[in-house]
Design a protein around this ligand. Structure first.
Ligand SMILES: Cc1cc2nc3c(=O)[nH]c(=O)nc-3n(C[C@H](O)[C@H](O)[C@H](O)COP(=O)(O)O)c2cc1C
Length: 137
């Protein structure tokens, strides 16, 4: 197996938080079947997710997620080989943050609002992983 890690950000369509339970249900169910682990963070209106697993399974999962109409501005921040899983305990961990939690993250919080083509200003894709690990409790 070629272990791969992929991190993307996206924007919840219509800020309709009632859709999140169904998203999580299918994420956990499908990831169990596909050997995917990871973590999904939600800050009002925005997602950051890490997927880890076999290269082909991660790509197939991301392709499916990318086309999902429930979110938009789906932007891959990082896609690379990994030597170990950082979230082996979660087929998909989830944490909802409040605006207040994000505001405290003055440097890396803006990653949540990252849009395609924008330059990273003082933050890099590796910071996204640090943030996901910070809330992995
Ligand atoms: C923010 C977000 C995160 C998602 N995460 C996953 C995921 O980790 N794994 C997955 O298979 N599907 C995930 N999905 C759902 C897929 O886009 C897709 O709806 C689902 O895999 C289809 O499975 P089903 O038809 O069997 O329910 C996610 C969707 C959204 C909007």
């Amino acid at each position: 197996m070629k272990l791969t890690q992929l991190i993307y950000v996206s924007h919840l369509v219509n800020e309709d938080e009632s859709m999140i339970a169904a998203i999580l249900e299918s994420a956990v169910r499908r990831n169990k079947q596909n050997g995917i682990t990871g973590m999904l963070l939600y800050a009002p209106g925005e997602f950051i997710q890490v997927l880890e697993g076999d290269e082909a399974a991660v790509q197939e999962t991301y392709d499916r997620i990318f086309l999902d109409q429930r979110h938009s501005y789906v932007t891959c921040l990082l896609h690379e080989a990994a030597s170990e899983r950082h979230f082996p305990q979660w087929n998909m961990g989830y944490k909802a943050l409040r605006r207040h939690d994000i505001e405290k993250l003055t440097r890396i919080g803006p990653l949540f609002r990252y849009r395609p083509g924008e330059p990273f200003e003082g933050i890099g894709p590796g910071d996204a992983l640090d943030m996901l690990m910070l809330f992995n409790k």
